[in-house]
Design a protein around this ligand. Sequence first.
Ligand code: ASP
Length: 339
Amino acid sequence: MGKILIVHTGGTIGMTRTAKGYRPDGAYFREALLHMDSLKAKGMPEWEYTETIPLLDSSRMTASEWNAIGQIITDSYTLYDGFVILHGTDTMAYTASALSFMLKGLNKPVILTGSQIPLCETRSDGRDNLITSMIIAGAGKVREVCIYFGGLLLRGNRATKYSADGMQAFVSPNYPPLATAGISIQYNEAALLRHHSDRFEFRPLANVPIGVIKVFPGIRFELFESVLTGKLRGVVIETFGSGNIPDVEGKLLPLLERARESGTVVTVCSQCPQATVDINAYEAGQLFVQAGAVSGRDMTTEAAVAKLYYLFSVSQDSERIHFNMERDIRGELTAREDI
Ligand code: ASP
């Protein structure tokens, strides 16, 4: 077992009850950790603890908080064998996706976890989520950004929050779990990311204007014109099924063409959690082909958003960004040739 760093960023796991509802409470959480005997038990990795300031409900996370977490990992990269990031569940899949892109050449486990019930409550799921994440981070078998939650280890940029009520909050519908934690932790070796590079590099994100549009029956595309063609650099369109979109009055195609001319990268994802977008499959997706939109393949919206932030942070060349959006760069999508 190696030595790990626990980075507490906020979220339910470390919250306590107040008159206005649950709120992050660093003092309580630090004290609680010191009194958890299992964290000192044999078989547990040696650990140290740090916090980001202020601790946040994860609904308030932005690219600047992702950068702060990435910076902590980078600054202490050589001192630890793995990292556990305690984080709220609401945007955990976005943060995990963002970190997966920002931490280029990562060769150590970065495990995000949290809980549905705070550690201060009797039925908290936080204890197991924390202990198992620490064991996975200390074991060093995975060398990528993951989410561990409710018995499953998932690739971070494939995960999505599925339940706000159940103890199994996350799923990764288009990629198998990297491990399952039952009586023992069983790794799915074939699913783990192969390590390509020896050079670890931190690439912080810029606050790029990105948007997500969810399509619904009767959507009036003309209302989105100014954001699509002027204000946003990257747009994720959540379409029906495998990339279908209603364009009854033919208003969308010219709009998408103008968006492309102005350098906006439009990425097509699906509203179905389990799906592979192929804009060539149906006539209803053809306008995306004509307008030169990106097929998001089986990427989650969370991964597509984080990838747009990342690619626009490292380049301004929208043709190159378009090309890279369709490529598998951190295990976030199944490229056409992989099928
Ligand atoms: N609102 C909380 C958060 O995301 C929910 C949670 O942690 O489960 O910070």
